[in-house]
Design a protein around this ligand. Sequence first.
Ligand code: MN
Ligand code: MN
Length: 285
Amino acid sequence: MPYGISYAGAESDYDSADAFILGIPYDRTSSFKSGAREAPFHIRRASYNFEEIHFEHGLDLPVPNVFDQGNCEDFFFPEDMMDEVKFFMRPAIKDKKFTIAIGGEHSINIPIIQCFEKDVALITIDAHLDSRDDYLGTPYSHACVTRRAAEHLGIENVFSVGVRAISREELERDDVIPHITSFEIKEKGIDWAIGKALDSVKSEHVYLSLDIDGIDPAFAPGTGTPEPFGLDPMDVKKAMNAIGDRLIGFDVTEVCPPADPSGITSVLAARCVNEALAIHAKSLR
Ligand code: MN
Ligand code: MN
């Protein structure tokens, strides 16, 4: 790959790959702390921390075959970032690869979802509802992710889990993005929450977008807009596995290495990428 190290175990060429990884070092719409553009490097480096197989999934080979495309360029305008992401993602999705994107801020999800036909649902794990029409002068801000997805996939195919920060303008409208708060999850459990999300969305295929700030800042402190009272990492693992065979793509966003001196947030992000790969590997059997 052209830029720095590739993801651990990503030794496949494109044609024989089951899974396709793209790093998107973009953070120009960040509203609080920027630095997510450094995350693809740190998450890839953290990936070397782990065993290549996951015994709890009954996997005994390093699978699936993974191709790492490297990073796209770091653009200034979101429109330029979106063009570049689509350039790489559209063929991979068309070729039925399991796509993994490593952000970057959450806005990198917007062009990925637009690459799909309308036969997929977006579930986000996020502290924020991200459903503004526009924010700080752009409709492609990281605060507009679920709104753009709802326009493309239909609001019945979007669901946010773990939310605990919603603005008045997002709540006081007729088309509020369906969501479950972290407070409800604390009361009723993650199994209930992800079950409700999976029942709610209409498409069989699910794309999961993990904004790392959905996890409590005690576990994921290195993020641009930390929000207390979040999920614990095991909740995220359980949610991913509940999606199981329905999962067709994954991204992890909003890791901010300058705010993560211990590197623990990048480690957690890489472990979630591995979890997605393991879930896909099981679906291939
Ligand atoms: Mn977000
Ligand atoms: Mn967020």
